[in-house]
Design a protein around this ligand. Structure first.
Ligand SMILES: Cc1cc2nc3c(=O)[nH]c(=O)nc-3n(C[C@H](O)[C@H](O)[C@H](O)COP(=O)(O)OP(=O)(O)OC[C@H]3O[C@@H](n4cnc5c(N)ncnc54)[C@H](O)[C@@H]3O)c2cc1C
Length: 467
């Protein structure tokens, strides 16, 4: 048995192999802050053996077959924008970049369906359907950095999810290659009762069960009307209650973001009085539905002391919503930071918020511990925490980082919350997965993994504890 690179060359795929040092280093990790910190401190993630960029589902199939024959680990790589350490290089592995699976495959305006290669950049996909007056409606903050296949593999959520749904509600069908090289195609039909939904096998699988090669989205026409609304509340509890009542009453503004008082002041200075908690809403749809929604929402929020403000703050958010300051500048000042998103039923959201923030505040050197909710449902919402800490000794940054994460996970679990709303598990949450889905849940995942990937070659170390 030769090496995987010999196997690929023998299959006529030499052209898709890149062993250049810079390219391998670029694909050694994702955006996980902890690996960025190690990089900054002089111990970067190991580069893979090679970056392999197949150009079709058939070529992905050949790569995975060769990997199995040569027992070579394979790390699927989309845009590399994951934030949980699901991508971490190793010298005996190849990175399978989906960059060669790029572009629109088909668009059907009548059925409102568009199929893209899995490596298509998110913003490029959205721009392409907008040319035809349509939208995917999935707007992760990383839309410019991520791929449509990565959205599936991480079970992503966009900023407009409260109205348009998360990625699992937007994906219509998909094509994926299993670790043995065989190809699974889910059927293009609006709904199916033909057994379990195989799309779910790949949603959130983080590259461990197969490689998604094509994604079909269920589209919407671009909205006729789009209008912002800003309401502030005297307490977080009142804001949570206002948002809960909106969801319960059936309002579905695509954007519904409730910031705590700290984030309201930090992000939207002057937009609402100090100490108040700002709710930003964006209503979209036919004018006949949008126009009456605004006064009705204002009335409902007024019942819990919500006060309306100038909606220009929503435009301000829309303009800046994808701006992300890099971690590096903070690390150079001895500051470690990250965001942590979790979820909870309405009955536990306020308790969970206070438990996480007060636990983070006990960390030595903590500078900021704040949060907002950005994806709401009839039964609950998510909370998206931000922490910044500067330990007295910069050598303690990794330890402080781990402590913040541990505290946030433990407080979330103690309050009955879910540990991951949309960023996934990767390596940062892997040790908490059993607390979320139970040891039986983890065993079920392991059993599926063993059947599909008995040698454990697909993205080893991500998602599944002990793999
Ligand atoms: C600044 C910033 C903002 C972000 N905002 C959001 C947000 O608003 N919402 C959100 O949900 N996430 C957000 N994220 C996280 C990240 O962008 C998402 O997880 C995104 O879906 C990852 O896509 P990607 O193509 O970059 O995947 P990658 O990082 O390349 O990969 C992520 C995981 O999926 C696997 N994978 C990738 N492509 C495939 C494929 N075709 N088949 C099988 N496995 C695959 C990889 O092996 C890895 O395990 C943000 C990240 C950053 C850096």
């Amino acid at each position: 048995m030769g090496t995987i690179l010999e196997g690929l060359a023998a299959s006529g795929l030499e052209a898709i192999i890149d062993q250049g040092e810079a390219r391998r280093a670029e694909h050694a990790r994702d955006w996980w802050a902890r690996n960025e910190l190690l990089d900054f401190q002089g111990t970067p993630s190991a580069s893979p053996l090679a970056v392999v960029t197949p150009r079709s589902t058939e070529e992905v199939s050949t790569v995975l077959r060769c990997a199995r024959e040569t027992r070579t680990p394979v790390i699927p790589y989309g845009g590399g924008s994951g934030v949980c350490g699901a991508i971490q290089g190793r010298p005996d592995a190849i990175v399978l970049s989906t960059a060669g699976l790029d572009g629109l495959i088909s668009l059907d305006d009548g059925d409102l369906l568009a199929t893209f290669g899995a490596g298509t950049n998110g913003m490029a996909a959205e721009r392409r359907v907008q040319e035809d007056g349509l939208t995917i409606g999935h707007w992760p903050q990383s839309i410019e950095l991520s791929t449509v296949g990565g959205w599936i593999a991480t079970r992503a959520a966009g900023q407009f999810s409260t109205g348009y749904g998360n990625i699992e509600e937007i994906v219509h069908d998909l094509v994926a290659v299993l670790p043995d090289g065989s190809v699974v195609r889910t059927r293009r039909t609006p709904r199916s009762a033909a057994g379990p939904d195989l799309r779910q096998l790949f949603l959130g699988s983080e590259g461990t069960l197969g490689v998604v090669t094509e994604v079909t989205f269920s589209l919407r026409p671009l909205p006729e009307a789009s209008r912002g609304q800003a309401i502030s509340f005297p307490s977080l509890e009142a804001g949570i209650e206002g948002t809960r009542r909106l969801m319960r009453a059936g309002f579905r503004p695509p954007v519904a973001r409730l910031y705590d008082d700290m984030e309201s002041a930090r992000n939207f200075e002057g937009a609402c009085p100090d100490g108040r908690h700002l709710l930003l809403l964006l209503h979209e749809g036919p004018e006949a539905l949008v126009a009456p929604a605004l006064p009705a929402v204002a009335k409902l929020c007024a019942e819990v002391d919500g006060t309306e403000h100038d909606a220009a703050v929503v435009d301000h958010w829309l303009e800046r919503r994808n701006h992300v300051p890099g971690f590096r500048g903070f690390m150079e000042k001895g500051i470690i930071l990250d965001t942590i998103e979790v979820a909870a039923p309405w009955s536990r959201v306020a308790e969970l918020y206070h438990a996480v923030v007060s636990s983070l505040r006990e960390v030595e050197g903590i500078l900021i511990a704040s949060g907002h909710s950005s994806h709401s449902y009839r039964s609950g919402t998510n909370l998206y925490f931000t922490f910044l800490a500067r330990p007295a000794d910069a050598a303690d940054m990794a330890r402080t980082y781990d402590e913040c994460w541990r505290r946030a996970m433990e407080a979330t679990l103690a309050c009955g919350g879910g540990i991951a709303h949309h960023h996934g598990i990767g390596r940062v949450r892997r040790d908490f997965l059993a607390d979320e889905i139970g040891t039986e849940g983890v065993e079920t995942l392991r059993a599926i993994k063993r059947v599909l990937d008995p040698e454990g070659l697909l993205n080893p170390g991500a998602l599944i504890p002990g793999e």
